[in-house]
Each structure stands twice: as C-alpha cells, then as structure tokens.
Write a protein that binds this ligand. Structure first.
Ligand code: SAM
Length: 284
C-alpha cells in the first residue's frame, strides 16, 4: 500500500486522534489514544507493541484496549506471510467497526466470525463488547496478528469485562482446507475489512466464506475499490452468493467522506470503503 493511503481519511464528529498514534488509521469514527497501560502491562510478546484505549462516540460508555505493534519492519516480515494487518488498523476496519455498532441489533444471539482482522480485529472486538452476539471469533492468517489477538484476550487485557458474548481468537488462513472444514457452517455472520486487494487471495476468500457461513448466514465485506479489486471480488462472489453493494451505508461515514472529498490527497478509489453483503443464493 502506498504512503498516501496512510493519510487521515475521514473526519467524523469525534475527538481527534492523538498525534502520537502510530498505527491507528483515521476515519475518526472510532477513537484510539495511547493507553496508560503501556506503563504497567507486562510485555508478553516478542514484538514491541503499544496499548491503545479505543472508544466510539456512537456508544460513549463502550471502551476497550487494543495492542498494536510498533511500526518496525524486519526481513522476515517482508518475506513471510502477508504483514499488512500488522502495520495499522486500516480505515475499512474502522468503518466496519462503526457499521457493526450502528447495526448491532442484527447480530443478536448470533455467532460472528471476523476473518483477516489484522492484529486487533477491532470490529469484532467492539461488537463483542456490546454483548449482543452469542459468540465472536477473531481470526487472521498472519501468525503474529493471531498471537496478538490471543494475547489481548488472555486475562481480559482488552477489557471485555466478562460479558455474555463468548470471545475467542485463532489463526485462520482462507486456503487452509482443513481449518476451514473444521469450522464449516459455524457462523451466522462473517465480517471482513480490507482483504480484497491480494490477487492470490480473492478466490480462496470467497470459497472460505461459503464454507464457514451457515446456509442463511450473511458476510459483510468492507473495502475500497482499490484499482478494481473490489469489483473483481464481487464478480467472483456472484458465482456463489447473492451480492448487494452499498456505497452509502452509514450517514456518519458518508458525511465524513463528503468532507474529505475536499482534500486533494483523498482519492475515493483507494480511500473510501464500500460495503458488500453476501448471502447464499438458496436463501433468496
Ligand atoms: C490490509 S490487512 C487488513 C487488516 C484489518 N482488517 C484492517 O483493515 O485493519 C489484510 C489482512 O488480511 C490477512 N490475510 C491476507 N491473506 C490472508 C489469507 N489467505 N488468509 C487469512 N488472512 C489473510 C492479512 O494477514 C492481513 O491482516
């Protein structure tokens, strides 16, 4: 991803992010600030990290802590499995989180899986904190990201507060046939942000979603157009699913997008995440 994608993208009616934020992206529908926990949390991971306190103005009483890797790229990061989810929380994840909170009642009593959620699975975690869903399972295909998710849940450092939603995390690669088979038909909802731009990943993601969803389940995919990759995924998905695409899916996010259009660095194609909803053809 180019450096220009790291600009603050959408400004919504919430507090500014701290300028110290290294790797939380900035649609500002969700607010993240460095946490005081950085002083008192025992470092359990070999990767240097920083804790952030996250909340969403939509639900002012809802707070969680997330742990982000400090931006340092090693050789193994460059040659190993895709590392983009360990760089920052991307704007699509922030939009997905906001959308899930805004529409939280639809997850009532359901089993939710986040795929490709990066080092925080922010959307899944914030949804879990609302205690609406029965279960939220957080996943990513990168082993460092998956370990970070598990570490955050350990001892509830993330601050879910022992609510009624059962929360778990694991590594899950979309092309891992055995792992996907193990979780087959297990989820009423799959949520996914900014995972459509890998040319080698789209077909595997479509197939995995079909396997993992219950027959009447729904997948929510949030991603920008990014050079036609959104449409390429949409075309693949249409072979298996009924597909709906929404450009304006949240008044708050849309309003922010309109404001950001005035910024010359803002390019809708790479910066504005759209929403795609997939449901089984047989359910329509
Ligand atoms: C751009 S990041 C998005 C992370 C997060 N959703 C966000 O928006 O901040 C793409 C994520 O997809 C994950 N990914 C890529 N290929 C994958 C695969 N085959 N299986 C599982 N995860 C994969 C990467 O590890 C990475 O975390």
């Amino acid at each position: 991803m180019s450096k220009s994608e790291n600009v603050q993208l959408l400004e919504v009616d919430v507090a500014k992010l701290s300028s110290k934020s290294e790797n939380v992206q900035h649609l500002e529908v969700v607010v993240a600030k460095p946490s005081s926990r950085n002083d008192d949390i025992e470092v359990t991971s070999s990767c240097p990290h920083t804790w952030y306190r996250v909340h969403c103005r939509l639900l002012p009483d809802l707070h969680i802590q997330v742990r982000l890797f400090k931006n340092s790229v090693s050789l193994s990061d460059l040659v190993g499995f895709n590392n983009t989810g360990n760089v920052c929380i991307w704007p699509s994840e922030e939009c997905l989180a906001y959308y899930c909170l805004e529409n939280r009642t639809q997850f009532s009593g359901s089993r939710v899986l986040e795929v490709g959620g990066g080092m925080t699975c922010l959307a899944g975690l914030l949804l879990a904190k609302t205690n609406v869903a029965k279960q939220v399972h957080l996943t990513d295909g990168n082993s460092n990201a998956a370990t970070n998710l598990q570490d955050m849940l350990e001892g509830d450092q993330v601050n879910l507060g022992g609510g009624s939603t059962e929360v778990s995390a694991s590594m899950l690669r979309w092309d891992d046939v055995e792992a996907v088979e193990h979780l087959k038909n297990s989820f009423d909802w799959i949520i996914c942000a900014d995972c459509l731009f890998f040319d080698s990943g789209r077909e595997g993601l479509v197939t995995a979603i079909q396997q993992l969803l219950t027959p009447d389940g729904v997948a929510l995919i949030v991603a920008p157009n990014r050079g036609g990759t959104f449409t390429q995924f949409e075309n693949s998905a249409r072979r298996l699913f009924d597909v709906q695409v929404q450009t304006n899916y949240s008044p708050t996010i849309w309003e922010a997008h309109q404001r950001w259009l005035e910024d010359p660095a803002y390019q809708t194609d790479i910066h504005y995440p759209k929403l795609m909803m997939l449901s089984n053809k047989s359910c329509s």
